[in-house]
Structures are given as structure tokens and as C-alpha cells.
Design a protein around this ligand. Sequence first.
Ligand code: SF4
Length: 445
Amino acid sequence: MPIETAEHGILASDNDTRAGNYFVSNYPPYSFWTRDQVNEAYAALERAPAPGTPLGVYLHIPFCRKRCTFCYFKVYTDKDSGEIQGYLDAAIHELQRYSQKPFIGGRKPKFVYFGGGTPSYISSRQLTRLAAAMKKSLPWDEAEEVTFEAEPGTLTEGKLRVIKEVGITRLSLGLENFDDHILQVNGRAHGSKEIDRAYELVQSIGFPQVNIDLIAGMLDETETNWRECVRKTIRMSPDSVTIYQMEIPHNTVIFKEMKALGQSVAPVAGWSQKRAWVDYAFRELEQAGYSISSAYTAVKDPSKSRFLYRDLLWTGADLVGLGVASFSHVGGSHFQNEHEFQPYVDKLQAGQLPIYRALTPTPEERMIRELILQMKRGHVDGEYFQGKFGVDIRRRFGDAFDKLRHRGFLAVDGNDVALNREGLLQVDTLLYDFFLPEHRNSRYT
Ligand code: SF4
């Protein structure tokens, strides 16, 4: 699952799963990004990059076989192959335009990420052509990580071979669960047989890194089934496992059904239950030799599974976000593309960049952004913030850290500020105390 969509939070004390976003993916909140700041984004494209800033490329492929009932991403299930090709051509054109801008400054991407939607929904021919055109604009020969999200039911042996040939180094499989009933009631397009078949193929073809995504607390999840999911995941032995806690944003099918029935509480497990399930999974994964590298991720071999996309974004890398509704961060300016299919394609066909809204954070906001994102790793290094921003975070955020310490979630050891497991499992609800006062109300809207 890509990481760039949520903007609001829930109350930490509220155990019921209510409608709204839980996951904090960026700062300042998206509700502060506006159309009248778009010119600042265009200006950032014309400046040379700050020395030493890594560059990444993200491409949103917004097509899926079916819409999951919990999905809040920009996805389409009704586009034919001509429309898909038109969209991919628009994204290629978008990258070509960016590649000629001064902010590139001769850089090549350190990481590339194909997110969705379902990137593996596109055909082998489309992928081959897409990758070749992207490399022509910005070669991947310095990319240390190229991630591709895949849905098991879309994978054939031929397509997996093409995925490998174009240079994907990290294949991320959106399994979410292993039980056919749970997959079906949550609207997933794949079933357990497709998982088994796809994983066998993935293993026989071999990828440098394979990640498995799970969701704790899907509709109809049970303790017994969750334990079985964890057992099966460990048996598959992927390089990393990413586990999200189920949230029900307002634009989901589940929320629409809740609204029709006049329900304010989502028909899924409460937050403490979901945390307990992730805690169980993390403990089992640790027993099996994995290390916990963030609130959502366990990795088998930390020296091999670095997840550059996350680590470089959370430390201020430039990111060129291609595709409908994608997010970019370039030269200190944040911006998002047109969030509807046709306006996105039309703008590129008319020779324009499809930037829709933007925000240029102040230096303090940039520092807070990095702090809250790095808190998701479970610890922050005071020396890093002193060196990069000239800020002593223990003094600047003394009250917020004290509050977390009193709640039993945090310890400060010299320069290192660390969340314990209980704090880490609810980190997204704890970050609002680090926001500037004018941004804190975004949790209630
Ligand atoms: S696979 Fe499901 S959750 Fe993922 S983007 Fe498609 S519809 Fe959304």
C-alpha cells in the first residue's frame, strides 16, 4: 500500500473503529495544501537541487480488478486497455517534462516505486513499454530499489518474468489475508488458491526482495484466523512483512453502508484488538528471526531489506510523483496532481504539468514532518535533528515527549528517543502533539 493518502486521525482514547483516517502520512496536513500555492511548486521545479538530496520516482497505477470494500485510494475498475495505455502515455510524458527541469540537476533516481491501485494489473506489453520510456527520461542504473506492488490474481509466470526483466528489485504482494471468506467479504479480487499459485511462481523466478502486506482487523476477522494468517506468512518466509491496522475512511464502500444503516461504529475490530493482533504478529515474526523496523514492518534481514522508499522519504528526499492524485516533494515544496482521471490525462495531452494543489512548508514544518515520520520507526536520533535543522528536539518537544513518557510509551536515552512496542503500535494517534497548534484540529475533521 502506498503511503501518501491519509490526512486526519482518530482520538487515541476512542477504541471503536469509526469512520476517518488513522494513518498519518505527511505533514502539514493535506487540508492546508491549496491551489494558490501551485506557483511555488512550479518555481521549485526551476531551482537546482540542494546538494546531497536523493531523488525518487513514484508512479501511481490506479487500476484494479475490483474495488475492495475498505479501499480509499484513487482507483478505477472500468478502464479498457486503450484508456490504460492513454494514462500510461500521459505518465511517461509527465516524467519527460520533469526530467528536463533544473531541479533534477543531473540526478538519477535512487529508488522507483510503482504503487496503486494494482500495478500488476497492466499487461506485460504495457509494462515493458512503460519501463523503457521511464528509463529513457531518467535512467534507473543508480536505483538501489525498484518496488512493484502486485495483486496475486493478476500474476502469471510470463508477467512475473517481465516484472523481473524490467528491473524490479522489490515485489510487494498485497495478500491482506489468507481466508477465502474474509477475502471475499472485504471485496478482494483474489482468493487463497491464487495466493499459493502466485507465491510459488514468485519463488521459482526469484526476486531480490519480496514483501507481503497484511491487514489486521478486516471484516469478519477472528483471533483463530489471524493466528493462522501469521503462521502462513512465516511459513512463506518473505523478506519483509507489512501489517496495517484496518481503518475506514469516508470514501470507502464500508462507510457508505454504515451511513445507510445509520451506524457510527464500523463493523470491524476495535483499535485495542487490532493492536493486539499486530503485537501478536510482531512477536511471532521476532521469534522467527525477523526484526521490527517500523510500526508496520518486520524484516528478515535488516542489512538486506532496507526499504529505501520509506527511509529516504522520511529523511527529506525529493520525490517526483507521477499519475493521478500523486504526491511530490521537490526542493522544499509539496504538491499533488489532479485527482481525477480525465483532467490529469487532458492536462498532459495539452502540454501542461497536472499539478493541482501545493504547500511550501516552513523550515520548522519540514523539521516536524521528518520528526513525526521518523517516530514511525520507533525511535528518533536527536543528533540528526541537531545537525540537519539546528534543533534540540528534546527541548523543542519536551512537553510532548514528557506526555508520552508519563503514558508509558517512551524513553529518552541520551540522544535517542525511543517508543516502546505499546507506543509504536499506536504511533499514528500520538503524533498530533508534535503538530503546530494550527494543524492539530485536523484530527477531528
Ligand atoms: S487492490 Fe483493493 S485496496 Fe488495493 S488499491 Fe485496489 S481496490 Fe484499493
